[in-house]
Design a protein around this ligand. Sequence first.
Ligand SMILES: Nc1ncnc2c1ncn2[C@@H]1O[C@H](COP(=O)(O)OP(=O)(O)OP(=O)(O)O)[C@@H](O)[C@H]1O
Length: 359
Amino acid sequence: MVTISPRLDVDRLTRAFDGAPVVDNVSFRIEAGQVACLLGPSGCGKSTTLRIIAGVDVQDSGRILVDGQLICDARTHVPPEQRAIGLMFQDFALFPHLPVRENVAFGLAGGFRANRERVAELLDRVRMTAHIDSYPHELSGGEQQRVALARALAPRPRVLLMDEPFSGLDERLRDGIRDETLALLKEEGTAVLLVTHEPHEAMRMADQILLMRDGRIVQQGAPYNLYNAPVDRQAAAFFSDINVLTGRVRGALTETPFGEFLTPGLPDGAPVEIVIRPQHLKIDFDRAGQGPSPTSENGTAARAKVSRARYLGRESLVEFVTDHGGIALNATVPGVFLPPAGTAMWLMLRRDRVFVFPG
Ligand SMILES: Nc1ncnc2c1ncn2[C@@H]1O[C@H](COP(=O)(O)OP(=O)(O)OP(=O)(O)O)[C@@H](O)[C@H]1O
């Protein structure tokens, strides 16, 4: 049987600064043609991980392989320029004194003269053929970005590292450029590690999200899994606003104004957090103090009063406080739904969308 090595294999990487671990036992693999997003808040160690892979910083322990070939461990350190790893960083500055054609050919032996076809192919692919002789200052930010992508891909790197590559761009341009970039990366078959602190960007770009916190990868998987099966409350909160109900376990159950929730494996008296995203609260009208009957899908309804409602464009955000327990809960409703403050309504939780975590 032939086993194919992953394109990039990062194995138990560790790096400390002044005794404080910044990258803490980080492992992941990326296959050819796949995009993995290293996602996490500022300072969690994303850029340090990237710098070690690029070879401009050195790990304390762990190893990295590209196509099964060792590029660094305790004894080996292949220099950055011999790693077949491309870089595209935030300040992706093109060389201002070189025209687009020479910028794209920069990493290729013989420059533009020896690589006309490859440069033409890439410029065509990023729709910049008409600008082949332009200088960087003659291009818009989005155009410079596309040239930078062509430049990074020209030497056909095995792996491309991207650090917040879209953060300098106008918000309205970003999604379009992200999609174009993604299409080109897939075509080239490069394995991509993209660093971002924006969940929206990771959801849009990634085949695999590596969620990082305090130097560790706390969860990795497809965007769908991270969104719908977060490992803990913080992981849930990273992707959207959340509502949190707190309770205590009694006989493997936790009681809330919305009925009982199964909390198996937790001892009696243990604190529990029940987490639900605002779009998974269901709202029903009050009929002379009566609400909807309990269902297995939505549990028991709890009466609540509107404290504030705001229109956000695509949806409305309605803030409630429950009659029992005075719990503040936010619900989002598609379109325009602006009940006046004080309106009594009934709330239900979509049971299949609730996350139960130890408190
Ligand atoms: N050369 C260094 N010497 C000392 N501390 C460092 C060094 N490089 C990074 N750090 C520290 O390591 C931590 C992680 O930094 P890193 O840049 O990897 O985080 P990040 O997740 O990429 O954050 P950001 O998104 O803000 O760039 C930070 O607390 C930072 O101050």
